[in-house]
Design a binder for this molecule. Structure first.
Ligand code: TTP
Ligand code: MG
Length: 354
């Protein structure tokens, strides 16, 4: 596998950051977002002032208030968190579509071969964080590394509002001191089990052979062998981008001629337009099309280039397509297709720059 450049971005105290942005008076007080103590709520997150009192995510609110009586507790405003999340995603999208979101505030970006910042992933991370701060009003931390495992560990290294780079040549020195609990898929229970075998850090794991590890721990052993050396080949899995968006309708009675077909276009278009507005796809379409299924189940589609398909365009396409069959129609559809975004070739000249 060629060397990759992965950035992991994680916003700092995300829900609390959005609340502090919208009410700066909250910046210097211990602040938590979560359910109320009376309703046995738990803390979702808290700002870094509150963290100094030992408050953390998943802590019962009742305990948190006991530990820090001056804690300001706010209920969730998911709409504002989702909006901030969408704006952060838009910033990522201006660099690459190779994005794997992990939650509202966290994502992996594969920036291998991108032309921005002369190919330096470090500078790209810097720029992305700056833009998040300027355009969304919250801060984020980033990790830059040759794989997802290391990028995620790195984004935690200089949190909050910081970043950390692990270059391929740093990996061998970086790994030994790392506690096993930082590895992917090693939760508290597994870490405790490994500790009972004398395995605390990656150095402890590195002393064992692959055979010893798999004999003792099966698949987990093989994963530990690779991970303790900083190896991880998991790809950045981008969410499937829709390639088209359309609506179609099958009529209870066949539409006998072109005129009755055309009379259906406004309703179809209204449906289509509503779906388009709900769609998450940010890029404009490059084609519009109509689909006709005649009463005998033969069908035809006609399309043309268009970046802003309006109702008249669909009517025009329909008028041109219908005469191909000149038969009563049982189904009509209208839609658009999105351009495939070309993936940039990996430019080996940009790789040495981190
Ligand atoms: P995290 O990124 O884990 O935490 P965070 O952004 O609040 O803080 P950090 O600076 O350490 O990254 O989670 C993102 C959001 O997800 C967080 O703001 C609130 C929510 N969340 C919960 O609702 N419950 C939880 O247990 C955790 C961990 C997070
Ligand atoms: Mg976060």
């Amino acid at each position: 596998m060629p060397v990759r450049k992965i950035i992991h971005v994680d916003c700092d105290c995300f829900y609390a950051a959005v609340e502090m942005r919208d009410n700066p008076a909250l910046r210097n007080v211990p602040l938590a977002i979560g359910g109320s103590a009376e309703q046995r709520g738990v803390i979702s997150t808290c700002n870094y002032v509150a963290r100094r009192f030992g408050i953390h995510s998943a802590m019962p609110t009742k305990w948190a208030l006991r530990q820090c009586p001056s804690l300001v507790l706010l209920p969730h405003s998911f709409e504002r968190y989702r909006d901030a999340s969408r704006r952060v995603q838009q910033i990522f999208l201006s660099y690459t579509e190779r994005i794997e979101p992990l939650s509202l505030d966290e994502a992996y970006l594969d920036v291998t071969g991108l032309p921005h910042c002369h190919g330096s992933a470090t500078l790209m991370a810097q720029e992305i964080r700056q833009r998040i701060e300027q355009e969304v009003g919250i801060t984020a931390s980033a990790g830059i590394a040759p794989n997802k495992l290391l990028a995620k560990i790195a984004s935690d290294w200089n949190k909050p509002n910081g970043q950390f780079v692990i270059r391929p040549e740093d990996v061998a020195d970086f790994m030994p001191g790392l506690p096993i609990g930082k590895l992917w898929g090693i939760g508290k229970v597994t870490a405790e089990r490994l500790a009972r075998h004398g395995l605390h850090t990656c150095a402890d794991v590195q002393r064992l052979t692959l055979q010893q590890l798999t004999l003792e721990f099966g698949n987990l052993g093989a994963s530990l062998y690779a991970q303790s050396r900083g190896r991880d080949e998991r790809e950045v899995k981008q969410r499937e981008q829709r390639k088209s968006l359309s609506v179609e309708h099958t009529y209870a009675r066949d539409l006998p001629d072109l005129e009755t077909c055309l009379a259906q276009v406004p309703a179809l278009y209204a449906d289509f337009h509503q779906r388009l507005q709900r769609s998450s796809r940010g890029t404009p379409p490059n084609k519009a099309f109509v689909k006709i299924k005649y009463h005998d189940f033969t069908q035809t589609t006609m399309e043309c280039s268009s970046r802003e398909p309006e109702i008249e365009l669909f009517a025009e396409l329909l008028s041109k397509a219908w005469p191909r069959g000149k038969k009563p129609v049982r189904l009509l559809g209208v839609g658009i297709r999105f351009a495939e975004k070309e993936t940039l070739p990996v430019d080996s000249h940009t790789l040495p720059l981190w």
